[in-house]
Design a protein around this ligand. Sequence first.
Ligand SMILES: C[S@@+](CC[C@H](N)C(=O)[O-])C[C@H]1O[C@@H](n2cnc3c(N)ncnc32)[C@H](O)[C@@H]1O
Length: 498
Amino acid sequence: MNSQCVRVLGPHVTSQRAPVSAAQSRRRHRRTWQTPCTASGATEAASSPRDGFSIADAELSATFDTLASLVVPPGDPSAGVLAARPTPLGRGLTARQAAPPGAPLLTVELWNTLCVCDDPAGSGGGAFGARALEDWEMVHGPLPPMLQAYILSAHRLAPTPSRAESGWFTRLVAWLLHVTRHGGGVWPLYKRLLPRGHESLMHFLPEERHELQSPELEALAERERDAILGLHASIFSEATGDLRALRLAAAPADTLWAASMVNSRCFADEVAGEALSLVVPCADMANHSSAPNASYRLDADSGSFQLIANRDVAEGEEVCISYLGQNPTKPNTLMLKDHGFVIPGNVNDRVPFSAGDDAQSRALGAPRVAAALRSAPLAAAAARLAKAGGDAAGARRLEAAARSLHPFCGRGGGPLSAAAAAVEKERRTVDALLQQCSDMLASHATTLETDEQLLAGSDDPGTPPLSPRVGAAVAARLERKRLLVAAQSLLTAYAEGL
Ligand SMILES: C[S@@+](CC[C@H](N)C(=O)[O-])C[C@H]1O[C@@H](n2cnc3c(N)ncnc32)[C@H](O)[C@@H]1O
């Protein structure tokens, strides 16, 4: 996947195994759906849905269990291992029982996913994706021929550069819109589990964007929204789109919704060199953690998609994966763009210092920068600070700050001359960088402390909580400020050691 692109959850695992024989799998597992559209056993929830969701928390668990009973292979050892619940990260998956490393936590048959080949015009010719679609139709019924042709096509209709290579994205959006509007069987149930709103940048309205306190993010939010609205008009709209005969999206909000669901919930994997993108019911309830206890894989041999324990998982523990797997350079700007939240202490973030020598870092190249950092005086200062106190997110911020500062001070990891003139010059550099940090902090409309208070919420029952999007914006700007403060303390510690 191109690093500018939308998505992706988890690592891009490459499977060298041969694709499953679709015909063989069908014989083993074929079944058709005649399932209820509401969760069996779910009682009328006393509480109402939280902001942005169709179902109340009380209904979540039963709805998930019903869906899982339909998409997990019969008799699979993972059946019933995970539950969907409210968690500290919102709603997520928790383990009903302890699981050892390597244990399957959730297995979903591939024909219960929406699986598209990223590049059907590529060398593999989209063979696995085509077989996956064939299997899907055997189980869920035939798709309208126009949609089937679109999903298999190598269409590059997207109008923006960031999505020019993302035919997979528009094809998945089309398929998701179809199943959630016209699909039967498991799909109405799946739709009930999906959020109705989202906090990714495309959803920010013009009047909300100032909450981001970043001209760069505000511009990105505008571009994102315009791009999806463009896709709506040209492809998905039932009035004007190329696919209008399919009646996929009545209003722009429908396309915005489906686009953010694909962006924030889609997995990527590879089978025999064929890159694939998947929407996987139930597995897409896994939240992100910077220390994940689970990972995922598409197992072509068994024709399934699995969540697997990375380590011992305790009963009741939330099961999380890393969303950074395939794009280990994904900074918080892109996390907010695609996923609608930021990672506290994202090592991929950078302080945008302007007076330094960017050419120097480019010339060094990423591997050499990383190697130099290990011995650099800045890294030593960061390690000292991290050891002195603070949490894991704080240590990651110091690392991100050290990486940001590396091209500008610390002599690129080389020995620093003890000559008085050299030390004096380095001090002046540090002072200039400290000033930049102060200026950047001062350029925000609110202080770090104010943002912390806003996120903590008010004790006054008359003060309404932040809306989800404003909450995401405040968390994003707070994280930016915390990185700047980490850079300040790092520069101060570094200067003291000169
Ligand atoms: C794949 S879904 C996970 C399930 C989701 N929490 C739900 O309720 O449907 C991804 C979305 O979950 C939320 N999310 C996942 N990990 C998160 C985290 N570490 N912190 C905050 N929100 C998170 C974000 O809204 C993200 O776009």
